[in-house]
Ligand binder design. Sequence first.
Ligand code: MSP
Length: 646
Amino acid sequence: MSPGRRTFYLTTPIYYVNATPHLGHAYTTIVADAMARYRRLAGDDVWFLTGTDEHGDNIAQAAAQASVSPQAYADRISSAFREAWLGLGITNDDFIRTTEARHKTVVQAILRTLWDRGEIYLGTYGGQYCFGCERFYTEKENADGKCPDHQRPLTYIEEENYFFKMSKYQRWLTEHIEGHPEMIRPERYRNEILGFLRDPLQDLSISRPRTRLEWGIPLPFDDKYVTYVWFDALINYVSALGGPGDTRFETYWPHAQHLIGKDILKPHAVYWPCMLQAAGLPVYTRLHVHGYWTVGGQKMSKSLGNVVEPRAFIEGYGRVGNDAFRYFIMREMTFGLDADFSKDAFLGRFNADLANDLGNFVSRASTMIQNFGDGVIPTPRPAPGGPGPGEEWEFALPAALLKAKDEIAAAMDDFAFQKALAAIGEYIARLNQYVDAMHPWTLAKDTDPAARERLTGVLYMLGASLRCLGILLTPFLPDASARILAAVGETGKLGLSEARYDRLSPGGRVQKVSGLFPRLEPPTRGDARPEEGVTGKPGSRITIDEFGKVELRVAEVLAAEPVPKSKKLLKLTVSLGTEQRTVVAGIAEHYAPADLVGKRVVVVANLEPARLMGVASDGMVLAGSSGERLAVVVLDRDLPSGARVT
Ligand code: MSP
């Protein structure tokens, strides 16, 4: 093993098979996947587990309702989870099902050990029970006699059951959590558990009589009972590694890190460490707890009809859907806190971060290497006239990259996915600033040798930036990062240590990447009809207010190409500063595409989008004409893209 290589065992909760995968399940699974990919990128040894929780009353009831056997029901929904994760590109190393023999064997072995050690006894328990949650509620928890989750009345039941002597671990657990400040993260959840442990801890009922529930793992020492579903489920983290004694268990268990939602904090932070301690197994190292998603400000529920199903949502956005969904949920939720999901928020982040910032840079950089460098990474040489303007960027860009890498590393150590993405966002902003500051299109027109050398240097830096960005994005936007890396000729596996400015080989070919994240229109835009009477006949007068309705803006032409099968039309990709648009202009008979790239033109930015020869055009370029002659309106001095023209 190489020095500094760390080992990670990452787990998600195993999901109940009584509901199909939704946003909540997807969030936990996607962040776990991003973490697994990040750790692999850093060269670490990772084992990533997810799976399904298939026993218990709830599942038995759902199966009965569907008139199928619990096993057939579990098979169906478990496959739905497996397929959903496959569709989302989740890179789990294993998928555990609690109905598998490998799991049952380990559960029974652990129960046997606890029984032999005197950690389990037969007792009577009476109390208020919720059949939905499959658990008894204490008086404190059910002040109004209803289950707080299901809002259904609780039922008093009394039965003989087996109990795990959890109460005797109260002091040990408190001390363990206090002695391991990093064990439960973020801090607020650690405090919540320490608060909970101030009250006396009860023993845990770990069995259900088979007369009441058949669908579970029989107790090895009394087959009139099955194992309580939580006791069975938690053991998945150990059984999936083959259990104590297995090489995989010995390798990964000492590095276990569990990822869960806050709804299942108590079983993971209280029952599970006590179970492990009683069985003589080491406690996991970390528990990472995230908050809850609401949708449109409300709890996600079938009855409200607001359940977000990731596959269906993503399919609506074609190829970019998966990356965009991953990006949104990781960027929007501060890990540990609750967050709200809405289409507007999704579109906002998509357009601002992915289309305008990331997509814009990737398109600009790759297009300029195409247009000004014949699509080949040049060999940078010192400019003949000595260092020139913008030379400081040769240090500033590597410094920005280092800063991003450090911030991502710190954020990922803390499971702060939103911070890791914000750090990448800052790096992208620097890259766009670099392009704006260096004006490669101006250098390209300059015949002075010093300017040519400077252009060569800029094109090299742009190529190297694309490569570094592609590497940094790998864990978060798997598809977009692969496209960026492929564009600079990297199709193999690259590690995080490869993200450096001196690793790009001159001479390599670069492909143009346009439309990495094409801008999405908010649903309302374009619905409004144009105002009547704004365009008058030549010679007629309009008021200043009428003129004010026309939004004219400075736009830099980033790329230009002919529209297939059209003699007159050119498709222009223009930058309005914060956004990038496609504009179709009827100027092909007057301009060669290459002549337009780098020009600052004026566009009507608030025109209704239209399709011209099958190409969507979002804006209009101003041009004057007289007889056969046509001239595009350009600025006679520099103004930033997006500047208003009045
Ligand atoms: N089967 C148990 C877990 C056993 S682990 C040994 C279970 N399953 S579940 O299907 O209900 O999944 C719960 C998990 O799904 C939560 O911990 C969380 O990871 C995720 N989420 C479900 N709904 C959620 C939200 N609305 N928001 C965020 N995550 C949520 O509990």
